[in-house]
Design a protein around this ligand. Structure first.
Ligand code: AGP
Length: 612
């Protein structure tokens, strides 16, 4: 996944472009580059390395152009290098292109272009785009103001795969063209200037007025005009969207890292996600038109996602099955889409995606839709690709999540899924009202309970300082405590690079307990009184084999025998992961900081995996 930015106006483009790239580095940061037009010449500055390395390039400060495109890369085809960094030009240096996505048929296109006499300087898939545009430009004998536009249209008709591309041309030096298919792209509307970006936060400090592009839309931008076309260059109209939240939401607001900021934003994120749906004991989800008959017709619910989003689904399964009495299967999107899942019109499939751009999750949704399933997307990004594909979409209100490691999105997803499960249950009438009302009351307490947990970080920090040099850790739990252990283990892996595994406590004695030896660190979670006895005996089993056990449990659970206990407020076990995950998030954060790692941008990872 990569980040792209564009600017067209009267200001010097380069600082605006670099500033935008710095806000998109969470999407990729192994190389970066910018291109601007001055007189009739396209100037390019690019190199391997982080965005701020652009300032070290010769002549970067001499770029006077007021139109430009820019790119920060997460390598897919071609290793990180100057040659493989974007922007890419055609052989005649008439077109410059930056691209986010994957051109799946680039080998075929490259061979075609080589036959036509083109040569290639990079190992990227992207480099075929400017040369293909040049090829069609030369084929077009009509010399009018839309010649570049037609060349772009014709080139894109040959591209297979995903692409958000920005194009500069020396033949149209007062215009810029962008095209979007399966990769995110937004346009920020200014006065006498326009901005382009992979996401809203990167340019939110310049404007609050946005156009959200849909697939196969081509846009020609000048300083005063934004003209939209479909893939055949028929003119289309787009509505402008005003964004309420401010640029500061996408800044660190005084926190050392985005991740710790986003951990501490969870009370607000949960409050706002609840507020939109659960008010005065009444649940309203106006985006959904599911009546009782439809819900009664459902004989299977799939919850499909990747990573942390999938872990939220694992935890939410309990609510749907307990309250709606409908079988739920949670699956990893990249597995689901290739195992020929049993789906028909009686299947409801739910897709969870913070970014709404995860390629595997979107592909799984398209598969289920093609087999007759109604599809419901849960995303944190308004207008994201997945919400455009789904029959229905509902949103978490967590605000932009910039840190690669997902925190507030997980807790917001789980609270929204729980509300959704109760919403279905009320319509189905398959469970007594008291149980639902009690859970609603517990949900409404969550924001203040999270604030309580966030106040008690000393013990978590102390434990993190004890174990940060460990090479292996285990996370144990039963029921929803097992679900949250999956998430705790992922957090540790992705930001501290320490190997860890999550196990259902009852599963230990079927093999993994062989790994427990003197000094091994185990994080055990037990918040469900009904599973307490079994959980404690599992903990005793590992203690007797020399494990160092740290327990996360509810304040009402007394057990003097256990050492190092992190207490969380008592709540319904169905939603206890929303509280028990907080110490796990902080635990991983403190360990990563202790190890001096880049918490917000862990190695090898991108915030949203928009490639398969
Ligand atoms: C979680 O910390 C990771 N960043 C990753 O597992 C993430 O949850 C996964 O890639 C899914 O992303 P999405 O929610 O944007 O689809």
């Amino acid at each position: 996944m990569c980040g792209i930015v564009g600017y067209i106006g009267d200001k010097k483009a380069s600082p605006i472009l670099i500033n935008g790239l710095l806000r998109l580095e969470y999407r990729g940061y192994d190389s970066a580059g910018i291109a601007t037009i001055e007189d009739d010449k396209i100037e390019i500055k690019k190199n391997k390395g982080r965005v701020n390395k652009l300032y070290e390039l010769d002549g970067i400060n001499d770029l006077k152009g007021t139109i430009g495109i820019a790119h920060t890369r997460w390598a897919t085809h071609g290793k990180p290098s100057k040659e493989n960094s974007h922007p890419h030009m055609d052989n005649s240096n008439s077109f410059a292109v930056v691209h986010n996505g994957i051109i799946e048929n680039y080998h075929e296109l490259k061979s075609f272009l080589i036959e036509k006499g083109y040569n290639f300087l990079s190992a990227t898939d992207t480099e075929v785009i400017p040369n293909l545009i040049h090829y069609y430009y030369n084929q077009d004998k009509l010399d009018d103001e839309n010649k570049v536009l037609r060349a772009v249209k014709n080139a894109c008709k040959n591209l297979k795969g995903s692409y958000a591309i920005e194009i500069l041309s020396k033949y149209n030096r007062d215009k810029m063209i962008v095209v979007r298919k399966d990769s995110p792209l937004v346009i920020g509307k200014g006065i006498g200037e326009n901005y382009i970006s992979s996401d809203i936060p990167a340019i939110l400090s310049y404007t609050k007025e946005f156009y959200l592009l849909d697939d196969n839309e081509i846009v020609e931008l000048s300083r005063d005009k934004v003209q939209f076309y479909d893939k055949d260059l028929n003119i289309i109209k787009k509505k402008i969207k005003s964004i309420e939240w401010g640029a500061s939401s996408a800044e660190k607001d005084g926190y050392e890292d985005f991740m710790i900021k986003e951990i501490y934003e969870q009370p607000r994120a949960i409050r706002e996600t609840i507020g939109a749906k659960l008010d005065n004991n009444h649940i309203e989800i106006e985006e959904l038109e599911f009546n009782k008959e439809y819900l009664q017709s459902i004989n299977k619910i799939y919850i499909i996602a990747c990573g942390t989003a999938m872990h939220a689904g694992v935890a939410a399964k309990f609510t749907f099955e307990k309250f709606c009495k409908i079988p739920v299967e949670v699956d990893i999107a990249s597995e689901f889409r290739y195992r020929d899942p049993l789906i028909d019109e009686r299947t409801l499939s739910i897709y969870i995606s913070q970014s709404g751009e995860t390629a595997d999750t979107i592909a799984a949704l398209k598969l289920a839709k093609s087999k007759g399933s109604k599809t419901l997307a849960i995303s944190n990004v308004i207008g994201s690709s997945i919400t455009r594909e789904a029959d229905y979409s509902i949103y978490t209100h967590a605000g932009p999540e910039i840190a690669v490691a997902s925190t507030k999105a997980y807790t917001s997803q789980l609270v929204l899924l729980t509300i959704l499960g109760m919403y279905f249950a009320e319509k189905l009438g398959r469970i007594d009202k008291t149980k639902i009302d009690n859970l609603k009351a517990d949900i409404l307490k969550l924001p203040s309970q999270i604030e309580e947990v966030l106040k008690e970080t000393k013990l978590v920090k102390k434990i993190a300082n004890k174990v940060y040099k460990e090479k292996d850790m285990f996370f144990l739990g039963r029921g929803t405590d097992y679900a949250v252990s999956l998430e705790g283990s992922l957090k540790l892996k992705e930001i501290s690079y320490i190997h860890s595994e999550s196990y259902a406590s009852g599963e230990l004695k079927h093999g993994p307990i062989a790994l427990i030896e003197n000094g091994v660190t185990v994080i055990a979670t037990m918040t469900n009184p009904d599973l307490l006895e079994k959980s404690i005996s599992n903990i005793q089993e590992v203690i007797t084999r020399g494990a160092k056990v740290f327990v996360i449990t509810s304040e009402d659970i007394k057990n003097e025998e256990l050492s190092e206990i992190i207490k969380i407020p008592k709540t319904n076990p169905l939603i206890s992961p929303i509280l028990s995950v907080i110490p796990m998030q902080l635990f991983s954060y403190y360990i990563s900081k202790e190890k001096g790692l880049d918490v917000d941008k862990p190695r090898n990872l991108a915030k949203s995996v928009t490639v398969e």
